[in-house]
Design a protein around this ligand. Structure first.
Ligand code: AP5
Length: 214
């Protein structure tokens, strides 16, 4: 199964993609993590992408599409994958259709006030990338990852002024991607009206996917 998880910043794309990947034994590919890794290694892609990420803008299509074309050509994608953060523009969705077939798109709908609260309280493990939240998903020991003991940190683009820009970019550039997949009848909506326990949302996502597998 090839799955795309769509949703605004903070909707839980990373959190739920990771759970989908475990349950269905699929490779989890996150464009945000790949780009942050390129930036920290100061590669050519990283140097080009840095100013966009820091200001909450999308990295230009030609950079991201080429990066994903290479990633999806790797052997580990042959038995299925879950894409988290790609495609984010209609151009990217069209390019993805040329690369491979997508079976289902999970759309995570979350109100804006919940997104802002989640992003300001998100913490991430510097070593293994596990995602926590000071409100909804705390680590057992404050500031320390339960999985590997690594240090938890706050992402630079989770500052309020950058979050605002990321949400604007989502409305302008990524919402049309949802329309693109709706026309192809690929979308399963998981709509959250208020904050609910994470496990409840995870189950809603699994139910939507199980319908597709059956
Ligand atoms: P990226 O890293 O993809 O950021 P994003 O889309 O803004 O999404 P986030 O990672 O912020 O949120 P998420 O939806 O994964 O939520 P999470 O699971 O962490 O991209 C960063 C930047 O890279 C972009 O701004 C852009 O510049 C660039 N980029 C990336 N892809 C690109 C592309 N394709 N094209 C161009 N540029 C690109 O959850 C958020 C918090 O909420 C966590 O603390 C979590 O614990 C908590 N939480 C999650 N689910 C629940 C729940 N159900 N209940 C309670 N709490 C929850």
């Amino acid at each position: 199964m090839n799955i795309v998880v769509l949703g605004p910043p903070g909707a839980g794309k990373g959190t739920h993609s990771s759970r989908i990947s475990d349950r269905y034994d699929l490779i989890h590919i996150t464009t945000g993590d790949i780009i942050r890794d390129e930036i920290s290694r100061e590669t050519e892609i990283g140097r080009k992408a840095k100013k966009y990420v820091q200001s909450g803008k999308l990295v230009p299509d030609e950079i991201v599409i080429e990066m994903m074309r290479k990633r999806l050509a790797r052997k580990d994608c042959k038995d299925g994958f879950v894409l988290d953060g790609f495609p984010r523009t209609v151009n990217q969705a069209e390019a993805l259709d040329e690369i491979t077939d997508i079976d289902v798109v999970i759309n995570l709908g979350v109100p804006k006030d919940v997104l802002i609260k989640r992003l300001s309280s998100r913490r991430i493990c510097r070593d293994c990338g596990e995602v926590y939240n000071l409100v909804s998903m705390r680590s057992e020991k404050p500031g320390v990852c339960d999985e590997c003991g690594g240090e938890l940190y706050q992402r630079e683009d989770d500052r309020p002024e950058v979050v605002e820009k990321r949400l604007e970019e989502y409305d302008k550039q990524t919402k049309p991607v949802l329309g693109y997949y709706r026309k192809k009848s690929k979308v399963k909506d998981v709509i959250i009206k208020k904050e609910e326990p994470v496990e409840k949302i995870v189950q809603m996502v699994f139910d939507a996917l199980d319908e597709t597998v059956d």
